[in-house]
Ligand binder design. Structure first.
Ligand code: K1U
Ligand code: ZN
Length: 167
């Protein structure tokens, strides 16, 4: 297992649209293990393959308090959604920046697990928000890009200032 480097916003590679996984091979299973290790080490509650520069439709999530309920979503598709929520979000690719995004309150997602079995998951609350946030990553969208141009510019300036202070 290995801890992978997480791309940092505004890295252009975060705008890559991920391709569906055609076959779940040993390489894909090994990538999933590395993504899970990377997410737990960060620490975070979700990670999309895009964030570690692999452009395939793979997500790992664990919103449990015990950090032992790993969810693997390969080729996820939202098949139903309802309600509206605006949850405070964070992102491992945009460290130290938090803010609200309006999303569906509940989503039903269909995906494959690491064994290639299809399953359907109904979610709400933080899990639903996290699924939508990670699925956006697979489409090349970062949560701050829901915000106004002015707020995005201010966010970028804050990130650049922070990066300069650690150099
Ligand atoms: O996509 C990512 O970068 C992961 C992100 C997921 C997420 C969090 C909150 C709302 C929507 C999506 C994170 O995990 S940010 C870190 C975080 O939320 C967290 C870190 C430690 C403990 C608990 C939460
Ligand atoms: Zn994120």
């Amino acid at each position: 297992m290995a801890i992978l480097k997480i791309l940092q916003y505004p890295d252009e590679r975060l705008h890559t649209v991920a391709a569906p996984v055609a076959h779940i091979t040993d390489r894909i299973r090994s990538l999933i293990e590395d993504m899970a290790e990377t997410m737990y080490a960060a620490p975070g509650i979700g990670l999309a393959a895009t964030q570690v520069d692999f452009h395939e439709r793979i997500i790992v999530i664990d919103t449990s308090e015990t950090h032992d309920q790993l969810l693997v979503l390969i080729n996820p598709e939202i098949i139903a959604s309802s309600g509206i929520s605006d949850y405070e979000e964070g992102c491992l690719s945009v460290p130290g920046i938090y803010g609200k995004v309006q999303r569906a309150e509940s989503v039903t997602v269909k995906a494959l697990n690491a064994q290639g079995e299809s399953y359907v998951l109904e979610s709400d609350g933080l899990l639903a928000v996290c699924i939508q946030h990670e699925m956006d990553h697979l489409m090349g969208k970062v949560f701050v890009e829901y915000w106004s141009r002015l707020r995005q510019a201010r966010t970028l300036a804050r990130l650049k200032k922070k990066q300069r202070s650690v150099m």
